[in-house]
Design a protein around this ligand. Structure first.
Ligand code: ASP
Ligand code: MG
Length: 425
């Protein structure tokens, strides 16, 4: 008998029929002899609809009230799911984040979990009931209801799994797991059978829409094995884990070098032109950028011109931070003494991720070779131990992802990915 935490995303509980379907699935797990704790997201697009409603009564809804409003979404789905399970003759009880003992800091809209005291959940299991917990919410040290940020139900599930010492945290979504690339761009993308938390974090940080980042960080820290799978099929999904019990046994004697190709269209590039090439110039620029609150990713500094002693510095950042950063740099123009400032939001970023890069030379040569054969120009490059990222023109990005996917032998013979629900979550 195992203790299983199952998380169902909004697309898996979008309407009454879906809730009944999910209830059956939970009951099957229970009747197979497992203890089951379920974490559920709000139905379908409920969270977006509640946000729209708030925006239509105020341009600036107070964060505390917004949190109370948004947590209502998960209250609806948790109660309906408990009702549906009960109707199948299995006892079930739903709990809000507060009742489940999810304790957070006081940062409304983006709270961090500071502790989990799941006393009532343990009691529910002891009574033989299925416990249903509202995802994405907790209670702060000041007794206020908080939310964990969009997509936060994943984090609730992993945090509960860690606190309860669960054997597995199953994340149910509407695709069959994680794929080697976005199947909408690469129809021959392959399902990843097993991936480390480190690789998952790199993929997610560089554009792959996988899981809430903090959920993976939590799983890494507490050693919670995650199994991402579809609630619409019974297929085995993707294991995210750092122990190798879940490694594929058969044909692959050696783990693949590359886990996948992530892409990101949401970055922009700022170029500061004609900066004096003297000590302290970069420091002043990036102090200004940091004060504007931008999270920068790649940085490139050109060789300076001998005649002028001036150089150009380019960096990428989320498009959402572009305007504020340009404004901040302009305001500091007298101090920074650049000759021009350029902003380019027509860039795309491709990232190749794989722990095997550490021990395999030639990965960059193969990547650049594939892009060159496809006639795609590289504008910037950055690397970590297990990642290689390049910036291209945005219109070249899809072709770049396909070329690289093929070059690293990631294509499967047939299209494997099926999106059952429609949202990818
Ligand atoms: N319902 C919340 C959202 O849509 C939390 C979640 O789905 O994980 O962001
Ligand atoms: Mg959601």
């Amino acid at each position: 008998m195992a203790l299983v935490v199952q998380k169902f995303g909004g697309s898996s509980v979008a309407d009454a029929a879906s809730i009944r379907r999910v209830a059956h699935r939970i009951v099957e797990t229970r009747q197979a002899g497992n203890d089951v704790v379920v974490v559920v997201s709000a139905m379908g697009d409920t969270t977006d609809e509640l946000l729209d409603l708030a925006a239509s009564v105020s341009a600036e809804p107070p964060a505390r009230e917004l949190d109370i409003l948004l947590t209502a979404g998960e209250r609806i789905s948790m109660a309906l799911l408990a009702i549906a399970i009960d109707a199948l003759g299995v006892p079930a009880q739903s709990y809000t984040g507060q009742q489940a003992g999810v304790l957070t800091d006081t940062v409304h809209g983006k709270a961090s979990i500071v502790g989990v005291a799941p006393r009532r959940i343990v009691h529910a299991l002891e009574r033989g009931a299925v416990a249903i917990v509202a995802g994405f919410q907790g209670v702060s040290e000041e007794q206020d209801v908080t939310t964990l940020g969009r997509g936060g139900s994943d984090t609730t599930a992993v945090a509960l799994a860690a606190a309860l010492g669960a054997d597995v945290c199953e994340i149910y979504t509407d695709v069959d797991g994680l794929f080697t690339a976005d199947p909408r761009i690469v129809p021959t993308a392959r399902r990843i059978t097993s991936i480390t938390t480190e690789e998952t974090l790199e993929m997610a940080a560089h554009g792959a829409k996988i899981l809430h980042l903090r959920a993976v960080e939590y799983a890494r820290r507490y050693g919670v094995p995650i199994h991402v799978r579809s609630s619409f099929s019974t297929k085995e999904g993707t294991w995210i884990t750092d122990d190798n019990d879940h490694e594929p046994q058969e044909d692959t004697m050696e783990a693949p070098i590359i886990s996948g190709v992530a892409h990101d269209r949401s970055q922009g590039k700022i170029t500061v032109v004609g900066v004096p090439d003297v000590p302290g110039a970069a420091a002043r620029i990036f102090e200004t950028v940091a004060r504007a609150g931008a999270n920068i990713d790649m940085i490139v500094q050109n060789v300076s011109s001998e005649a002028t002693g001036l150089t150009d510095i380019s960096f990428t950042l989320p498009e959402a931070d572009g305007a504020a950063t340009i404004t901040a740099l302009r305001a500091a123009e007298d101090d920074l003494r650049f000759t021009d400032l350029r902003y380019d939001d027509q860039i795309g970023k491709l990232s190749l991720v794989g722990a095997g890069m550490r021990s395999h030379p030639g990965v960059s040569a193969r990547l650049f070779g594939a892009l060159s054969e496809a006639g795609i120009n590289i504008e910037m490059i950055s690397t970590s131990e297990i990642r290689l990222s390049v910036v291209t023109r945005i219109e070249d990005l899809d072709a770049a992802v396909r070329a690289v996917h093929t070059a690293f032998d990631l294509d499967s013979a047939e299209a494997e990915a099926v999106v059952y629900g429609g949202s990818g979550r």
